[in-house]
Write a protein that binds this ligand. Sequence first.
Ligand SMILES: NC(=O)c1ccc[n+]([C@@H]2O[C@H](COP(=O)([O-])OP(=O)(O)OC[C@H]3O[C@@H](n4cnc5c(N)ncnc54)[C@H](O)[C@@H]3O)[C@@H](O)[C@H]2O)c1
Length: 326
Amino acid sequence: MTKASVYVTRMIPEDNIEELRKHFAVEVNQEDRALSKEELKEKLKGKHAVISLLTDTIDSEVLDAAGPQLKIVANYAVGFNNFDLAAATERNVILTNTPGVLDESTATLTFTLLLSMARRIPEANKFLRDGKWQGWAPMFFIGLDVDKKTLGVAGLGRIGKNVARKAKGFDMKIIYTDVCRNEEFEKQVGATFVDKETLLKESDFLTLHVPLIPETHHYIGEKELKMMKKTAVLINASRGPVVDEIALVKALQEKEIWGAGLDVFEEEPRIAPGLSDLDNVVIVPHIASATMDTRLKMGAIAVDNIIKVLKGQMPVTCVNPEVLKK
Ligand SMILES: NC(=O)c1ccc[n+]([C@@H]2O[C@H](COP(=O)([O-])OP(=O)(O)OC[C@H]3O[C@@H](n4cnc5c(N)ncnc54)[C@H](O)[C@@H]3O)[C@@H](O)[C@H]2O)c1
């Protein structure tokens, strides 16, 4: 019997590919770059399953090019704003993501950005490497305290909660906003639910963990930045378009806020003009989940979903559950 075929749009850990090969005919994009839309359409033609990345837009055009045999597209990410959910449901294609296994690494990177910005680590590191250090000085590279400061969490989901728990180690006061309140977590960790305006006004460090959906596009823009403290730091390891990057560059240039730490950008891999010239921002290229353990676990979920669906079983992490009711 011919094996079902799976396409993997970018190299992922070999262990994950090996697992797939035990069951299916597997083709992997060997070039270390995202595929263009035309290439994606061509490569997906006739495939039964796909492991996709955030850089792959899975919409009606791509699904139609793939053909009616396509059963599942498993995103190698927890976010799935690259999926057209309705188009896939209409075509009976199951879509999955990889929640839960990257909370720790993403929250750790979030905290790394927070600490790096507070203590001006990249700037100080560059200064020393550039041979500019003349010796210890009392008013030199003055940063911000983190201990006992107020951490504001926008979106208290899996990652937001993990960041809040880490903040307890710094004795931080935790406030959060979300579309739903979590009283159990409030009791466990000592967090306080506030509205968005209070979050903006009271946070010393404001960290964003909302998904990218129409309601959260430019969740932080010019108006919100003006409401924040002049000494506040904004951290974004959610999705780039959650922040209006042009407005952020302006706010940082005009010192409306103290600084920012960014893992994600509106037009990746491009970043807004002026951003990289600023000292009061720490920028890293979307590496929040980039640890080998995390990447293996993300791959394992995607592979497991594909095995289950192609065997006619239920996937573990479906993001368009309406398709399962059909
Ligand atoms: N930088 C990275 O590499 C990286 C890695 C993992 C996840 N992410 C991003 O982080 C996001 C969060 O991941 P998660 O696993 O914690 O998701 P999650 O679904 O567990 O949590 C999201 C939270 O945001 C809340 N929310 C939704 N809309 C909101 C709104 N308008 N206002 C306030 N709160 C709102 C939800 O109720 C939920 O509690 C993902 O959607 C993904 O885009 C980025």
